[in-house]
Ligand binder design. Sequence first.
Ligand SMILES: [Zn+2]
Length: 363
Amino acid sequence: MGRSFHLGTYAGIPVKVHWTFGLMLMIILYIGVQNHLNVIELGFFFLLVMTLFLCVILHEYGHALTARFYKVDTRDIIISPIGGVARLERLPSDPKEEFVIAIAGPLVNVVIAFVCMVILYFVTSDNMLSLNPDAVTVDNPLEFLKTVFYINIVLFLFNLIPAFPMDGGRVLRSLLSMKLGKARSTQIASTIGKIIAILFIGIGLYISHFALAIIGGFIFYMATSENKQVKLEERLHLTTIADILNPSFTKLYLEDPMSKPIEISMRTKEHNFLVYNPYIQRPVGIMHSLYIKDAIARKQTQAPVSKYTSPKLRLVSAETSIFETRQILHLEGLSIVAVGESLDEIVGVVDRDSILHFMNLSN
Ligand SMILES: [Zn+2]
């Protein structure tokens, strides 16, 4: 995702702003200055951009809190010029859940627009439909409210475009998934996304509306990468770790000096190890590659392996999918798992590197 700034954590979810959002703020302010807005207008303009920003964050919380309802955690919310992303820990496997989570964001914008409309109705009895959006100037609170109303309607409609990464793409995928498999649905949704993207680019170039063409290019790119992502995820689900485990792994013993894992990790592709108790000939913990780096940094090459051993040990069956193993490593903060039916019959090991290697080969 590139560099982003941490804004704060609300409801247990960190909100981050991608650096390009700052760039967009500057471009918008530049346009404002170019159009000779006075100080009050510029102030309202700036407030408007901040409100837009808040609406996008609330939209993402719509996704994140609905996901929480289905026991799916959100790693963070990242705001960028093309909108926000609530990065979920996993994709909900049930298409109905995906549908509800995807639609919850745009519905937040409907609610905000509705609130604006109600306030405007009671304050001015203004008929929103008679308003010409091109004539809106943001130099008083009522005009401001009208603009917020329009912004939310646009956010709602834009997000319902049935192409990734818009919510509409996910809504479409989840609806298709109820009948077809996920990979097939993603492929169809991705193709529709590409067609819409090409239309955007074509129309954008034809009417010299370059922002539209750029958005089209972006949609095209995202539609392609979402399809790749789901294909990869499917392969991770369908492949068991039996295919990637290392059967001839090096055993470390509690009394070994740290120089042993240091030397092996420099010379070979083994960077994470199982640590054995020599008396019972069974693993009792793991050696994380970070601990090896730590030992090198502290010049503790002669320290016993036991000093750097983590007691977190996990045994996984060889029938486990790579996907599930990756989840286990991630959620339990492990770098390696022992593979086998019991600690006495370990058939191999799988570590983060072997999973990453598999993913790189599959891409
Ligand atoms: Zn959304």
